[in-house]
Design a protein around this ligand. Structure first.
Ligand code: HPA
Length: 277
C-alpha cells in the first residue's frame, strides 16, 4: 500500500475533529510504558480502528488507540500501541502514524521501546538515550515516490536524535532513580530474537542495544523535520550475553518492574522540554 498525501490528510482531519486540542508533543508508548496513557490528565481516547487509513495493532499487549491528555501542563498525544515490520506491514506503511502526527501539529516526538542490552556494562532495567542507530536490514520506509510536502528525497540523518532533547534527558537522568546511558540502537526486524552471533556482530559494529521498533519512526520523523527523543529500556541482556535463553516473559517482567520509575522519568523530561514553533 503506497499512501498519497490525501490519505494522511484524511486521517489527520478525523483526529482533529475528535481531539480536545492540538498536541504539543507525541509519545509512542513501547512495551515499557503501557500504563502511561492511564496517568494523563483529562484523557480523551480515539481508537485506531476509527481513524481513516490508520493501521491496526496486532500486538496483544498494545492497546491500539491515541490518547490525548495533559502532562505537566503540556498537551500530549500518546500512541498506545505502535506498528512493527514483524507484524507484516510493508515498510512503506510504517510511515503513516508519524506523518499523521506531524500533520496534527506536534512539534516533538518521544519514542520509547524495550530493547536487549548488547553493551555488557548495561544491566536489565537500565535506560538508554539513543544517540544514533544502525539499520542494515535492506529497505527503507521512505522508499518509493517522495512526498515533497513532507520532506526532500534525500535527507540528513546526522542529527536525527535531536541533540537538545538528548541534553534534557541527560539532565533529568540526574534526578531519576534509574541508571541512564546514552548509546547506539541497532534495528533487527524480528519477530525472532537475535542469535548470539548476530549480537556479537552488533557489538563489533558499535551497537549498545538491539530492538525491533523505533528506527522506522525516527526515519519518518527525520524526513519531515520532526525532532525526536528516543529512549530504550533494557529489558534483558541480548542473546548470548548470559547462559540463559531469551523469553518474552523476561522482557515483560522487566518492563513491568521499571514502568513506574520510567514513567516518572519521561514525565520529568516532558516538563523540561522546550518546544520550537
Ligand atoms: N532483541 C530485540 N528486541 C528486544 C529485545 C532483544 O533482546 N528485548 C526487548 N526487545
Amino acid at each position: 500500500m503506497q499512501y498519497d498525501f490525501s490519505h494522511y490528510q484524511a486521517a489527520a482531519e478525523y483526529i482533529r475533529a475528535h481531539a480536545p486540542f492540538v498536541p504539543d508533543l507525541a509519545i509512542v508508548l513501547g512495551s515499557c510504558l503501557g500504563p502511561f496513557a492511564e496517568t494523563l490528565e483529562n484523557p480523551v481516547a480515539i481508537d485506531y480502528a476509527d481513524i481513516p487509513n490508520f493501521l491496526l495493532t496486532t500486538v496483544e499487549s498494545h492497546a491500539g488507540k491515541l490518547v490525548f491528555g495533559t502532562v505537566q501542563g503540556k498537551r500530549v498525544v500518546c500512541m498506545s500501541g505502535r506498528f512493527h515490520f514483524y507484524e507484516g506491514y510493508a515498510y512503506e506503511q510504517l510511515v503513516l502514524p508519524v506523518r499523521v502526527l506531524k500533520l496534527l501539529g506536534v512539534r516533538a516526538l518521544i519514542l520509547t521501546n524495550a530493547a536487549g542490552a548488547v553493551n555488557e556494562q548495561y544491566r536489565p532495567g537500565d535506560v538508554m538515550i539513543l544517540s544514533d542507530h544502525i539499520k542494515l536490514t535492506g529497505a527503507s520506509p521512505l522508499r518509493g515516490p517522495n512526498l515533497d510536502a513532507f520532506g526532500p528525497r534525500f535527507f540528513d540523518m546526522t542529527q536525527a536524535y535531536t541533540p537538545a532533547l538528548r541534553a534534557v534527558a541527560r539532565e533529568c537522568a540526574k534526578r531519576s532513580s534509574l541508571t541512564v546511558h546514552e548509546g547506539v540502537y541497532m534495528f533487527f526486524t524480528g519477530p525472532q530474537f537475535e542469535t548470539p552471533a548476530e549480537i556479537r556482530a552488533a557489538r563489533v559494529l558499535g551497537a549498545d542495544a538491539v530492538g525491533m521498533s523505533t528506527v522506522t519512526e525516527t526515519l519518518t520523523a527525520a524526513h519531515c523535520g520532526l525532532p525526536v527523543l528516543a529512549l530504550s529500556v533494557m529489558t534483558n541482556m541480548a542473546a548470548g550475553v548470559l547462559e540463559q535463553p531469551l523469553s518474552e516473559q523476561e522482557v515483560e517482567e522487566t518492563a513491568t518492574r521499571i514502568a513506574a520509575p520510567f514513567s516518572a522519568y519521561v514525565k520529568d523530561i516532558i516538563a523540561h522540554i522546550s518546544l520550537g514553533k
